[in-house]
Each structure stands twice: as C-alpha cells, then as structure tokens.
Design a protein around this ligand. Sequence first.
Ligand code: DUC
Ligand code: ZN
Ligand code: ZN
Length: 468
Amino acid sequence: MTFDTIIRGGTVATASDTFSCDVGIKTGKIAALGADLGEAAEIVDATGMLVLPGGIDSHVHISQPSGPGIVMADDFASATRSAAFGGNTMVLPFAMQQKGESLREVVKDYHKKADGQCYVDVSFHLIIADASERVLGQELPALVNDGYTSFKVFMTYEGLALSDMEMLNVMTVARETGALVMVHAENYDAIRFLTDRLERAGKTETKYHGTSRPIAVEREATHRAISLAEIIDVPIMIVHVSNRQAMEEIARARRRGLKIYGETCPQYLVLTEKDMDGLNMEGAKYVCSPPPRDKESQVACWEGLQQGIFSLFSSDHCPFRYDDPQGKLNPKGRTSFRWVPNGIPGVETRLPILFSEGVGKGRISLNEFVALTATNHAKTYGLYPKKGTIAVGTDADIAIWDPNRKETISQSLMHGNTDYTPYEGIEVTGWPVSTMVRGKFVVRDGKLVGKLGGGDYVSREKSKLAVP
Ligand code: DUC
Ligand code: ZN
Ligand code: ZN
C-alpha cells in the first residue's frame, strides 16, 4: 500500500494558498499532495470540507498552581481532549516556577503531569518567577538548550512580578541563549493601588476587576517592556493584548525597526467589560487579565490581526470551574473581585470563533486564519516546518472543517472540565469535525477516537524570530 491514509476531495488551505487536492499520509507524515494518489489502507472522504493544518494554541494553562485553595479545572487529559474537539493538534502550556523552586525540578514535575496524559501534542514554555543568579546563570541556559526555548515573565501578580532589573536580566539571558521572552504587561503597583482604593470604597463586585486594571495599566507596562527589550536588543512577544493603546505601542516599536511581536485572544474580540457586570457573581465567569474592554477595543484588536501587528491568536485557556469552592466562587472570591481567579476557558472555542467572526464575516482571509491559528505559532516557537502547515514531509496534523455547519456555542458542546463557557450563546458558522495528530484521528466526525497518551511531548528548536 502506498499510503496509510488518503484524505480525498477536500479543499486544502495553508497560510499562503488554497487548493483542491488529496493528501497522502504515511507513517504519521504528509507524503504526497495531488490528484489520483492511488492506494491507501484508508480513504477519508473530505468532499465539501476544508482540510487545514491543525490548530496550535501556544498560550494555554493546564494544571498550574493557582493560589491557596484554588484548583485549575483541566488536567492534561481534559485540556487536550477539549483542544482536539476544537480543531487543535498541539498546545503549549506553561511549566510555572514559584519563588525558591528549581526550574529543572518544575519541568520534571510538569512532565510527570503530562506524560502519557495527552490526546494532542504538547510542548512547554517556562514561567520565570525567581530570577536568581543560579536560575539565570545555570538552569535557564541549560533548559533552553534542551528545547524549552521560550519563557514568560509577569510584570504583575504577587509572587510572580519581576522588577525592571529582573526583567533586564532575564532578557539578557534570552539574548545570549536565543530564547523568546513572552511578557504579561500590566503595572503591578498601579493595580494594587487601584484595588486597595476600590476596596476601601466598598467597591468589591466582580465588575470592578476591570476598573482595577484600566487600559493605562496595560499600555504603560507594554511601553516599559518594549523599552527594556530595546535596551537589551532582544525580540519579545507581548501576550494577550486587549486594546488599541497597547497595540499602538507595539506598532510604533515595529515602525522603529524593533522586533516586538503581539498576540491577542478571543475574549478581546467578542467579550466586553459589561460581561463582568452580571448579578450574583455571574460576572466572575468573565474575569481574566487583562480584562475584556469595550467595543472600540474589539475593533482595534481586529485591526491588529488584519495588519499583522498581532501575529498570534491564542486562547489563553486558563480554566476554573464557576460553581465550585475551588474555582470562581471560592469563599474569598465572593468577598471581593481581588480573590476571583483570573482566567477563562477557551481552547475549544478559539478556532470556531475566529473562523466565523473572521473568515465568515470577511474580516480576514482563510489563509490569514491558518497563519494566525497554526503556522505563525509554529514559526514563533521553533516548531516549523515540522508543525503548522500542510506540505510534504510535515507531521500529518490536520483538522477537517465543515465550513457551513452552524452551531450555537454552549457548555453542552464542550469537552473540558469547566462547568461553563464564557462564549455561551455565540452563533458560529464553520466547525471542526475531525482532528488528526501525526496521521491518527483523535476526533472523528465529532467522536473521540484517540487514545489517552496518543499526544507526544515535542522538544522545540530556537525560534528564528528570537534572533536580535
Ligand atoms: N495571564 C495569563 O496569561 N493567563 C491567565 C491569567 C493571566 O494573568
Ligand atoms: Zn498573562
Ligand atoms: Zn495566559
């Protein structure tokens, strides 16, 4: 038999082209693209369907420590199952260091949680919380060489926020090792100041989460992160950008020739701060950071995607159950927005939302959709061309889409462990019906057929985008 599988009769789209052809798969790789490919053990009929590179969601949180009494809803099994149903073939979660911890041990522990527990492929970013000499001088360079080639730093959050000096030190290591730094840009002191003031005034409902982190908080930190990167002469990725002012900081830096990249997420396209204003703590379902803004900010984020200021569209899947004492409705969370865990689920809904609102409504092309959801993630994080496109020799990571299928997003359609979706009720046209990782179906015609452990850990090259 020439091929293990042929996907026949579909329309293939990559980040650059759309064409009708069959896809021949052999030992987990794409072996041929063309017509009349001949024999295969299995023929998959994709007539009327789109055959796309599987989504790569390069910003998800899974089984991450989240503070006393708070537990993330998803483990690797449920998160990667949910990812597969959402048309994804790979996710990149964070191995998070806490102060005093050895990074190497953190990575080992995180592997213990993931190994044998995934339905789709995974690779880890690091989170640097303790920028000590030992971590930056020894552990981090060794880990970068071992294929952990990107790390996130936070400019806010108790126990996570790095000082400017620490940011400069981390960026220096990134420059020396060729790693890519991802930055959570919000001003810690400003958030603390505003949160204290709101609480003193008795303004503790969830809607004040947005008030405590206004756009200026994000814009200032974005500007500062870019300035620090300029001083070190190192590229950085500003993650989860929510508004025009922060976006313009990135655009301005690029006009000056700096390699500053940007990412935005579904919550900044389809949610607003009004969603956090629900009665009886309903607003907690939408609490994430940076917070959803207003309609004008949504327009700005679309422009950022259209103009390439944002090269990545990720979910920032950060799942907490709603009606759960270890989730959004934890006892302290009921007393103030300060204690509502920050983050919302979205790994399963990222692609249908962008496809319907973007491609379906003429805001972006199908090829831009592929770039924003798969190809650019692979290029940014050292996975290309093994992952992120459909070409001879690449991994057969494929999502088959019905471009005309209409669905109303609802919790009943989801496959993760949260008890709600913040995107409930959104009507979409276009739905991923089957997902294949390295030539094997994980989801087929809406049914889970993959086996737990079918997803592999993937070690990454250094990103070409990280070169100063
Ligand atoms: N930052 C993230 O990237 N995800 C969830 C919460 C946060 O602050
Ligand atoms: Zn963040
Ligand atoms: Zn995140």
